[in-house]
Design a protein around this ligand. Structure first.
Ligand SMILES: [Zn+2]
Length: 55
């Protein structure tokens, strides 16, 4: 039995089992990933800025 990695509910479709999340959780996970990526980019830009300022 395959369960959702996020909410641990049973996954009913092959597609859900394939991605590891139910449809709702997949959407939420994608949003969380996008947000994480956005923060990552911001941090990298910040680090670049800090390097420039130090010189
Ligand atoms: Zn779920």
């Amino acid at each position: 039995m395959e369960t959702c990695k996020r909410c641990n509910r049973q996954l009913k479709t092959v597609k859900s089992i394939d991605v590891g999340y139910g449809p709702t959780c997949k959407k939420k996970q994608d949003e969380a990933d996008a947000e994480f990526l956005r923060i990552q980019i911001t941090m990298e830009e910040e680090l670049e800025y800090q390097k420039k300022v130090k010189r």
